[in-house]
Design a protein around this ligand. Structure first.
Ligand SMILES: [Fe+2]
Length: 483
């Protein structure tokens, strides 16, 4: 009996060791045979191409196999480049010649060591309904906090499995270390393994964190976009044309980037014009009155008006703010007509062909949340349809769906304690489907040399403007709040 008992214990011990080994193997499989940070991102024509990237600690070939079959049968091979960066080998392969509206499966690696099978779907093209998930400022510095932010976004992906692509609105990481990036990619593999991403450069991977953002993703950068502090680019998806700005470029924006944005938006005939950037143009957080955010608003708001942008998505402030349709500095379009409709069982207010732009900053999916800045300039407060801190409440993810002339935006809060998800905010826009290229547009120069004088002029002009702004608006507010 005693021997039998010992044998039983030994069997249990072996089983326990096997289970522990299994867990270890699963963890090793998480790094996929030394293959880390797999991502597919927008790179040129979203109907036919993608930029794939990954990292390895050892130097190896850069080979992507792509198939329309999950078992990878009939796979085509694409090769690319590998560059050493901050202790890792960063691989980039650009896929081309893909079919529109098609799901592709792919593996990455060298000719013997392959990754797990990942996938993405290509843009179905004009006239097709498209939904994407957007979230801001994961900005974690511990594995647990990356996991908590990932749970918020996972809730969104489970709720909307028809998600075509994701948008991370900058500040993926806090200190921009290899450890943080590895945690980010491990925790967000549930999403990045299945949908392509449109990454936005935040200050935490841009300011004095040179080339990190560019090394991490294989983005189809705009011509003349530098890659030091991030990059800017644009893409079409369904009926939307989306420009992704780099708000770290010359702290915050170069004339060449502004010229590029003007060219880009004047040359599209998409129904919807959307801008995504990290530093928000409308915000009421702790950065609101800082020079970089102030200059950004001053330089860019007139451009947003000029280009008839429908929606601007931003981050950086870790609090929630959504404006009415506005022009310039907080001019609310009071002539806008609204209609109410039920969407997903919820009453949703649609602005009908509004003149202005709606700006949204969807707080953060992460755990670092800030309060509303009571000293935010009054024009921002007046323009806010919803302005709220999510501190102590939960993380936010958003769904944006575009179907012809109808855009539906929904922000959801995932409760920290219970994990319960609730609709936090929503709105819609209706307009006539179909846009037009500006035939009269004269293309502006986008190279640094041509814009050298303009950048110097902007620098001096903006310094003077910030001084005047602080003396006449910010300082009196601060004094008023102290009295
Ligand atoms: Fe930020």
């Amino acid at each position: 009996m005693k021997k039998t008992g010992l044998r039983f214990l030994a069997v249990l011990l072996v089983l326990a060791m096997l289970c522990a080994g299994g867990t270890g193997m699963a963890a090793a499989a998480g790094s996929d045979n030394g293959i880390l940070r797999i991502a597919s991102v927008m790179n040129g024509d979203t109907e036919s191409s993608r930029g794939i990237s990954w990292a390895t600690e050892e130097k190896s070939e850069s080979v992507v196999l792509v198939s329309q079959n999950e078992d990878m049968s009939g796979a085509a091979e694409f090769t690319g480049s590998c560059e050493r960066f901050q202790g890792y080998y960063m691989h980039k392969v650009t896929l081309s010649g893909l079919a529109a509206g098609t799901t592709y499966y792919y593996t990455v690696g060298d000719r013997t060591n392959r990754s797990r099978v990942c996938s993405f779907s290509t843009d179905p093209g004009r006239g097709e309904k498209v939904r994407f998930l957007a979230f801001a400022d994961v900005q974690a510095s511990s594995e647990a906090n990356f996991a908590q932010a990932a749970n918020v976004v996972r809730t969104g992906y489970e709720m909307f499995p028809d998600t075509a692509f994701s948008v991370a609105l900058g500040d993926f990481v806090n200190d921009c270390t290899n450890e943080e990036w590895n945690w980010y990619f491990e925790q967000f593999a549930f999403l990045n393994d299945y949908v392509s991403m449109a990454p936005v450069a935040g200050n935490h991977e841009g300011n004095l964190k040179w080339f990190w953002f560019d090394s991490m993703f294989n983005i189809g950068k705009a011509e003349n976009s530098d890659s030091v502090t991030g990059c800017y680019y644009s893409f079409d998806y369904g009926d939307a044309h989306i420009a992704v700005l780099n708000s770290n470029d010359m702290y915050p924006m170069s004339q060449q980037q502004i010229n590029w944005l003007k060219n880009d938006m004047n040359e599209t005939d998409a129904t919807w014009k959307i801008v995504m950037m990290h530093r928000s143009l409308y915000s009421a957080g702790k950065h609101t009155n800082k020079p970089d955010s102030t200059i950004m608003r001053h330089m860019l708001l007139p451009v947003i008006d000029e280009l008839d942008i429908d929606l601007v998505l931003g981050g950086h402030e870790h609090m929630y703010l959504r404006t009415y349709p506005v022009t310039g500095e907080g001019v609310v379009d009071t002539d806008t007509t609204y209609v109410s409709e039920i969407v997903d069982g919820q009453e949703t207010l649609f602005a009908v062909s509004p003149e202005g732009t709606i700006h949204v900053m969807p707080s953060t999916a992460g755990t670092k949340r800030y309060s509303v800045n009571e000293n935010a300039l009054s024009y921002i407060q007046n323009a806010a349809a919803k302005m709220e801190s999510t501190s102590g409440k939960g993380g936010i993810f958003t769904s944006i769906s575009i179907d012809g002339g109808e855009l539906v935006y929904q922000a959801y809060l995932v409760d920290d304690e219970t994990g319960e998800v609730s609709l936090f905010d929503s709105f819609g826009i209706k307009k006539d489907a179909g846009g037009a290229v500006n035939e009269d547009w004269q293309e502006l120069p986008t190279d640094a040399e041509s814009n050298f004088a303009a950048n110097i002029r902007n620098l001096f002009y903006e310094i003077l403007w910030v001084l005047q702004h602080y003396l006449t608006e910010v300082l009196p507010q601060l004094i008023g709040s102290l009295l």
